[in-house]
Ligand binder design. Sequence first.
Ligand code: GDP
Length: 302
Amino acid sequence: LRRLAEKLSKTREAFTYQLDRLFLGRKEIDAELFDDLEELLITADLGVTTTRELLDHARRKVHRKELSDPESLKLALKDKIKSFIIDYQRDAELVMPESGPFVIMVVGVNGVGKTTTIGKIAHKFVKAGRSVMLVAGDTFRAAAVSQLQIWGERNGVHVVARADRADPSSVVYDAMDIAKAKNYDVVLVDTAGRLHTQTNLMEELKKIKRVMGKRLEGAPHEVMLVIDATTGQNGISQAKLFHEAVGITGITLTKLDGTAKGGIVANICREMKTPIRFIGVGEKMEDLRDFDPDEFIEALFE
Ligand code: GDP
């Protein structure tokens, strides 16, 4: 737990400590305190709507005389932030199918850490004794294919890849057949994330998803969106786009180690109502944590 708190140190400095500082020596709840709070919450990337909801909740409590001093206001705010995170994260564990390959389609904008996350998830499953296969579904960028191959080598797992800008859905088509034939436990499918030609990208992803389901019943079992925590509110608008196209069932939030904007976690939970499966807290193979809301909140606040 202490290690997670260390990984979140930037957010703790910019948010938790500032929050404590803001309340230091205050005797009264006044308009100025609410203004300062609003600024702090938005800076920590809780987002305008989440911030407004939080402060309205607090104002109502003050109005009803349920909160009378700054200290109790601070506690009420922390509680509400906790509830945003916890309410949408119950039973959020990834559940593998009873038989046959567990297919995870991984989507997200280029640079968010998709390939790295796939490598880290593969590592987790390999360590747990599962057979894993990776699929290079981003045929658009040669670098993406070779990067995935490197992660495959590191993990000692098979990578299905084709060069020359092959049609990604045909790569996935073959991959599903291989997965069935070899009965892999876990199949992680990388996909393209080019932003400029978004419509094409979304059509491509829809097609990949369709092909998966046709070749392998129930696939994909998880459509995992990778979001870069440092991109803040942008990450949320991306999430909505991807969700509209392919229906996100889980989220991995990367780069929480390098950002002061960890407040985005509360915002993502509240806005997306989709479980966060993992958080990325570094570049190495082991730097992927199962997202445990209680542990996260403790590391952030205690
Ligand atoms: P992709 O384009 O989405 O596949 O992104 P990559 O997997 O290539 O990652 C982009 C960069 O982000 C790389 O330099 C990764 O090492 C880095 N990265 C990925 N996840 C994390 C993380 O959790 N923390 C940090 N600090 N860096 C990360």
